[in-house]
Design a protein around this ligand. Structure first.
Ligand SMILES: N[C@@H](CCC(=O)N[C@@H](CS)C(=O)NCC(=O)O)C(=O)O
Length: 379
């Protein structure tokens, strides 16, 4: 059985743990202490296989296990898409505990009572840490132990640990997609990966419609670099110049998003009437913005609720009106993970109380905005 760890594997793993704990490159050093640039440089995800009809990893009900953390914006993408595509019975998931320390993500135990939410549970395959799975799959593994991780129970292998690709597997063929990226051609598919297993209403959910593919890809490029990853580059920077450059780029891009949304009149979503991948990828960063990033990552030129009315409206529309977004958002995991796992940023691990509420209701505004609207006779 896959989870019967062999003695050799265990020895290799324990040896590696000792090496790692002595090494300079501890996993909680987000920027290497000797890196003078002070810039956070995100490594490449190492497992890049795909679920594909007729491939090594075919779509099958119950075969794959999705490891996530409710705290993590990259994993949150996968939870949202799983629900939007109605894959709940097809791809089960487990969320790790929010507290990530030297050995990386750990699974919750029966005695944890501070990590609410569905599926925050011991690993059904019996591991204590997420890293244990990576080392069982590859005792020589040298990358990071990240969520989301999509695991194949049948072969005991990791299919992918790259969220951008995991979400696409849930609704597209991967190979035509690569062709599309190389040649810029329209995406032809012979049906979505899991569609044969889905109810009709979910088959119709197309998060990457043909007519928007080019635009979505272009948006992804700058959104990833300056917003999704931009908050991390600001927050993990260890020099003022690295921080200032990331933070400036981030707010330039937020203005770009704000201006895009202000011209979007056909519907509440990033591309108007239908939810697309663009909404998913932006949402998971923006929902964490006011509650964590503004103070913890020092991305405080503005916050969303008082500084970006269009983003604020778009964000609340998704959170309150689309269950896949609201139901997968776990505030306790989000707030506690960042503030208590990043001791180089917050050595005392104190979690700020505010802002309260973590997200405003659809008709609510911060007092200054409400006051201004009342003055203008709009409320
Ligand atoms: N590019 C990856 C990034 C995933 C990632 O960095 N996840 C974080 C949590 S938000 C993680 O697991 N970090 C653990 C580590 O780096 O040790 C993806 O999008 O899937």
């Amino acid at each position: 059985m896959f989870n019967n760890e062999g003695l050799m594997t265990r020895r290799v793993r324990e040896g590696r743990l000792m090496e790692n704990s002595q090494a300079e490159d501890k996993i909680t050093n987000w920027v290497a202490p000797n890196d003078k640039s002070g810039e956070f440089k995100r490594g490449q995800s190492q497992f890049r296989n795909a679920i594909k009809k007729g491939g090594e990893f075919p779509p099958e009900k119950g075969r794959y296990l999705l490891y996530v953390s409710y705290a993590c914006p990259w994993a949150h993408r996968a939870l949202i898409v799983r629900q939007l595509k109605g894959l709940q019975d097809i791809i089960p998931y487990v969320s790790v505990h929010w507290n990530m320390q030297e050995k990386g993500w750990r699974f919750a135990t029966a005695s944890d009572d501070d990590a609410p939410g569905d599926s925050v549970a011991p690993d059904p395959l019996g591991h204590e840490y997420l890293r244990d799975i990576y080392f069982e799959v590859d005792p020589e593994y040298k990358g990071r132990f990240t969520v989301p991780t999509l695991f194949d129970k049948k072969t005991g292998r990791i299919v992918s640990n790259e969220s951008a690709e995991i979400i696409r597997m849930m609704y597209t063929e991967v190979f035509p997609l690569l062709l599309f990226q190389i040649f810029g051609a329209g995406l032809e598919t012979d049906g979505w990966q899991f569609d044969d297993l889905l109810e009709d209403k979910y088959k119709q959910v197309d998060l990457f419609p043909k007519e928007l593919q080019k635009e979505i890809e272009e948006t992804n490029t700058w959104t990833y670099d300056t917003i999704n990853n931009g908050v991390y580059k600001s927050g993990f920077a260890t020099t003022a110049s690295a921080y200032e450059s990331a933070c400036t780029a981030l707010f330039t891009s937020l203005s770009r998003v704000e201006s895009h949304l202000s011209t979007q009149t056909s519907g509440p979503y990033y591309h108007g009437t239908h939810i697309t991948e663009a909404d998913v990828r932006l949402f998971t960063t923006m929902i964490r913005f006011d509650v964590v990033y503004v103070q913890h990552f020092k991305t405080n030129i503005r916050d969303v609720r008082s500084g970006y009315p269009y983003i604020h409206q778009w964000l609340r529309e998704l959170y309150w009106n689309v269950p896949a977004f609201g139901e997968t958002t776990q505030w306790e995991h989000i707030k506690r993970h960042y503030t208590r796992s990043h001791s180089q940023i917050n050595p005392y691990g104190i979690t700020p109380l505010g802002p309260e509420p973590p997200i405003l209701g659809l008709g609510e505004e911060v007092p200054a905005v409400r006051f201004a609207l009342e003055r203008l006779g709009r409320k």
